[in-house]
Unconditional design. Structure first.
Length: 222
């Protein structure tokens, strides 16, 4: 009699938790031992069964049990990390954080824009636009080193030197290599954390600049 210790006859793609897998594994153990005992009791004394197959299957069951137990422990660790993320997110409410965003808020006549480059660049320019895409101000010849959060202080003036009203603006960074290829970059800005939601096991922060960011993406707390 063939024994299927891993339940390979189950439909493909069936999702189970570690607790369900462990329960199924326990049932497989009991079935395995029951069948093994029955076959030994009813074997032909003149043609004894080869026990190698049973020993091999038993060893495989033991390995699966260890894998399921490991998965269960990892699920527990992931749950604890998610809880820690939620606690961290709650502690940030009311704080000002620096996070990845393309939104920059002009308050009291100034704002600080940040950017980070994927690799060193030959040239870097930061452009500030209105919501409709109109270019208001541009800073060029900016620091071009990678792995550093660079900051640019915007004085709240447009390219003609006229003051702009307070509010939300859009910023973009264009970084080019010596060959003229575009280098990956990310813009950052500071904003107050207004609230937090817990979605799919992740703490999502809602910022005053109308943007959202995962708690784990926060670059700095001020």
């Amino acid at each position: 009699m063939a024994i299927d210790p891993f339940g390979l006859g189950a439909p493909a793609g069936t999702a189970t938790t570690s607790s369900t897998a462990m329960s199924q594994l326990s049932e497989d153990y009991e079935s395995f031992i029951t069948l093994l005992t029955a076959q030994i009791q009813n074997q032909d004394p003149l043609e004894p069964m080869d026990s190698t197959t049973f020993i091999s299957q038993l060893a495989q069951l033991s390995q699966v049990e260890q894998a399921v137990a490991t998965n269960s422990n990892l699920e527990g660790i992931a749950s604890q990390l998610s809880s820690m993320s939620a606690i961290t997110g709650l502690s940030l409410i009311g704080r000002t954080v620096v996070a990845p965003t393309d939104q920059i808020a002009l308050n009291d006549g100034s704002a600080v824009a940040g950017y980070r480059l994927g690799t060193d660049a030959e040239s870097v320019a930061l452009t500030i636009r209105a919501a409709d895409g109109t270019v208001l101000r541009q800073y060029s010849d900016l620091p071009a080193t990678a792995n550093t959060l660079h900051e640019v202080t915007w004085d709240g003036l447009d390219y003609e030197g006229l003051p702009l009203p307070e509010g939300q603006y859009v910023m973009t960074v264009e970084a080019l290599a010596s060959e003229g290829n575009t280098i990956p970059s990310q813009t950052y800005a500071s904003s107050e954390v207004l609230s937090m939601t817990y979605e799919s096991g992740l703490a999502t922060l809602h910022l005053a600049n109308d943007d959202t960011v995962l708690a784990g993406m926060i670059e700095e707390v001020r």
